[in-house]
Ligand binder design. Structure first.
Ligand SMILES: Nc1ncnc2c1ncn2[C@@H]1O[C@H](COP(=O)(O)OP(=O)(O)OP(=O)(O)O)[C@@H](O)[C@H]1O
Ligand SMILES: [Mg+2]
Length: 133
């Protein structure tokens, strides 16, 4: 709404940059420190998945307003291999990389809205929103 900014994810250090920018934007919107930490953690997980599974992509932030609510929208997008079975990757413990498989289920728990659009061979777009209350 007011602004949209994106961080390109190309190298591991970009994950830290995305996390920091997301935290700054969420603070400016009015989130408290606990929610800022939740939002920053969600951003890290999404950015790390881009780095690990797609190689490159970007994470975009936007201040959003719906009726009388304010929030932050985060869109993580890549043109990587995509996700074949979305319900499977949303299960706690599902991983193809020997990770904990906690990333995406964790992001869903930390945020209010969670949507994945993914097509095999084309890429993945994950949009999450946290509302200020
Ligand atoms: N952007 C993406 N593109 C392609 N596949 C993805 C993407 N993000 C996640 N995945 C797939 O979904 C699986 C589950 O992701 P999730 O983040 O929940 O767990 P993980 O990355 O395996 O482990 P953890 O995040 O706990 O270290 C991954 O193992 C991977 O196969
Ligand atoms: Mg992960």
């Amino acid at each position: 709404m007011d602004f949209q900014s994106c961080v390109n994810i190309k190298k591991e250090w970009d994950i830290v940059g995305a996390r920091q920018l997301g935290r700054d934007i969420s603070r400016k919107i009015g989130f408290g420190t606990v929610d800022q930490a939740r939002i920053a953690t969600a951003i890290s997980e999404l950015a790390r998945n881009i780095y690990l599974y797609a190689g490159t992509g970007k994470v975009c932030f936007e201040a959003v307003e719906d009726m009388n609510k304010k929030g932050i929208s985060i869109v993580a997008m890549d043109e990587g291999p995509g996700i074949q079975d979305i319900s499977q990757v949303m299960e706690d413990g599902f991983t193809t990389s020997g990770g904990l498989g906690a990333g995406l289920p964790g992001v869903k728990r930390l945020m209010d809205d969670f949507d994945i659009v993914s097509e095999t061979g084309k890429g993945t777009e994950i949009r999450v929103v946290k509302w200020l209350r």
